[in-house]
Design a protein around this ligand. Structure first.
Ligand SMILES: Nc1nc2c(ncn2[C@@H]2O[C@H](COP(=O)(O)OP(=O)(O)OP(=O)(O)O)[C@@H](O)[C@H]2O)c(=O)[nH]1
Length: 221
């Protein structure tokens, strides 16, 4: 097969989507990754991810967005899902108060399983259904401020704020990583060798499938 994807990638950032079932996680991802939307979306079973490469600050950043089931019985092993994640999108449905009331539980799961420096954005999805609104914007804004989260209301259906939500998270991650790189340059060799080795691919968690570089081949037994 042709190699095709020889595009230079400066960074790979893993971002996870979490929140109750049917809040629209899969459709937010479909909108971001493929600019698609489906009204008869099926519940996610297990885990899937999609990628999209975008340019931030003249660098190519590959966003690897992971989606899992909100339903407990379909959920994948939690720690594997969060491993290596540098961003999280915590989604509720603005027309279902319960999905917002569950946000503290999802936050707790994140805090138990994810990196403590993970960048989090709270997302109130389905903003197109204003007439069915059950969660005032102010409530969510206040909660987000209290918890130190970014916050946006989105509509995957109308493609409102989906792009902004992702670029907000990815740009913040980019800024954090860049600051770390700067700090690493200044204090050469003092940092954690795994994450500050001077390579720009940042998030090679074991659960990810980053294609091996051809010239890094081969360790045979
Ligand atoms: N009106 C409206 N409907 C939406 C929007 N986003 C998703 N939906 C609908 O909400 C339903 C659930 O969407 P999904 O994306 O499957 O929800 P999910 O959070 O991935 O659900 P699980 O996989 O079970 O965790 C589907 O019928 C979608 O079409 C939106 O922005 N507006």
């Amino acid at each position: 097969m042709g190699s095709g994807g020889d595009q230079k990638i400066d960074y790979v950032f893993k971002v996870v989507l979490i929140g109750d079932s049917a809040v629209g996680k899969s459709q937010i991802l479909a909108r971001f990754a493929r600019n698609e939307f489906s009204l008869d979306s099926k519940s996610t079973i297990g885990v899937e991810f999609q990628t999209r490469t975008l340019i931030i600050d003249h660098k190519s950043v590959k966003a690897q967005i992971w989606d899992t089931a909100g339903q407990e019985r379909y959920r994948a092993v939690t720690s594997a899902y969060y491993r290596g994640a540098v961003g999280a999108m915590l989604v509720y449905d603005i027309t279902k108060r319960q999905t917002f009331d569950h946000i503290p539980r999802w936050l707790e799961e994140l805090r138990n399983h994810a990196d403590k420096n993970i960048v989090i954005i709270l997302i109130g999805n389905k903003s197109d259904l204003e007439n069915l609104r059950d969660v005032p914007t102010e409530d969510a804004k206040e909660f987000a401020e209290k918890e130190g989260l970014f916050f946006l209301e989105t509509s995957a259906l109308e493609a409102t704020n989906v792009e902004t939500a992702f670029t907000t998270v990815l740009t913040e991650i980019y800024n954090i990583v860049n600051k770390k790189n700067l700090a690493a340059d200044e204090s050469q060799g003092n940092g954690n060798p795994a994450s500050l080795s001077g390579k720009k691919i940042i998030v090679p968690g074991p659960a990810q499938e980053i294609p091996a570089k051809k010239n890094m081949c081969c360790q045979t037994s």
